[in-house]
Design a protein around this ligand. Structure first.
Ligand code: FAQ
Length: 314
């Protein structure tokens, strides 16, 4: 009975758009859903550093290299804010990290595709960060305070990322024939995986209804995917690239683009661990975790030393 009243009060709070803070009462399932989503999001940011990191040493000039380095570092920062936000829900970051390393945690499907050419760096910024912004701007109003606040800064940085990607693609698309071909080829390979980033169709999204009732999610997967298509197609047209979808067509009646069917078999295959780079991504993260052990040990030895000094002084 007491729990029922608490749940009612909790929902009433959400309905009044009051943020839930770490020490507030919350249903266990709300906490669990947030830990799942925030940690998957954090893992995505960290694994997301790998496809682009692959091109830091091969960026075509100093300006491009500086921007790419800054972008990849920003993604690390996003991971850190998100792990911290997850920790406010009573989990340990190391446990979350272990779930990523042993392959039991999910991260975004998009980061299991390879970056084959420099144009892919443009496509990631333009399409992947573009999709991430559309998904994450509404998360600035998510009901859990620490997650919403982390998202504000993340979104500002994602905007710069999207701009730098679009500028790379635009430069290539306006270059010589070979450069234009690189840009078109990158769009061909990243378009469909970018649409998949928004998650399963609304009919198959098992968490959406509850997450929307809890105001964790503000819009459904399909709504955001459609918004992405509507905004991105004119951007492709503007730079003279064609979206690889023969069914893509403006629908006057709906006021939206119609687009072709998504290959959900590919999506589920990737999130089950069988995408083109899943194994490589986990191998790299595991190696880097191992190589960083001395940093974690040194940091905790330093923290212990500082704490014991404080004790003596007291
Ligand atoms: N990949 O019921 P739903 C970025 C899973 S950050 C893998 O619809 P939900 C920045 C889902 O987890 C990109 N798995 O789930 C950047 C669930 O599995 P579970 C990440 C996916 O949570 C740019 C199952 O399918 N962004 O790109 C995917 O309501 C460039 C059923 O799905 C976020 O995480 C997927 N694409 O909706 C970094 C944003 N989609 O847990 C570097 C926050 C779904 O039951 C470079 N997250 N699944 O085993 C969200 O908005 C939501 O969690 C969704 C999924 C929309 C991703």
């Amino acid at each position: 009975m007491e729990n029922l009243t608490r749940e009612k009060e909790f929902q009433a709070k959400l309905d009044r758009e009051v943020k839930i803070e770490p020490k507030d009462w919350m249903p266990d399932a709300y906490r669990k859903t947030l830990i799942r989503q925030i940690s998957q999001h954090a893992h995505s940011e960290i694994v997301g550093m790998l496809p682009e990191g692959n091109w830091i040493t091969r960026a075509p000039n100093l300006r491009r290299k500086a921007a790419l380095l800054a972008k990849v570092q920003d993604e690390a920062g996003h991971g850190l804010y998100l792990y911290s936000a997850a920790e406010t829900l009573g989990v340990d970051r190391i446990d979350l990290e272990e779930q990523l390393l042993d392959g039991t945690a999910k991260y975004s499907s998009i980061f299991n595709y390879p970056t084959q050419t420099w144009a892919d760096i443009g496509a990631i910024g333009w399409l992947v960060d573009g999709a991430a912004i559309l998904n994450q701007v509404p998360l600035c109003r998510t009901s859990y305070g620490p997650y919403a606040r982390a998202m504000v800064r993340v979104c500002k940085e994602e905007s710069f990322h999207q701009r730098q990607g679009y500028e790379i693609i635009m430069t290539l698309a306006q270059g010589n024939e070979a450069q234009k071909k690189l840009a078109q080829d990158a769009l061909n390979r990243w378009w469909w995986p970018a649409l998949m980033m928004f998650g399963p169709s609304d009919d198959n999204s098992k968490h959406s209804a509850q997450s929307m009732a809890w105001k964790i999610k503000r819009f459904s997967n399909d709504y955001l995917r459609q918004d992405f298509v509507d905004r991105t197609v004119p951007q492709a047209e503007y730079i003279g690239l064609s979206v690889p979808d023969k069914d893509l067509k403006w629908n006057d009646e709906r006021g939206h683009y119609d687009f072709g069917p998504i290959n959900w078999e590919e999506f589920y295959n990737v999130i089950k661990g069988n995408g083109p780079c899943n194994r490589q991504r986990l191998k790299t993260r595991n190696a880097s975790f191992k190589a960083g052990a001395w940093v974690r040990e040194a940091a905790s030895a330093y923290a212990d030393k500082k704490a014991s000094r404080k004790e003596v002084a007291a």
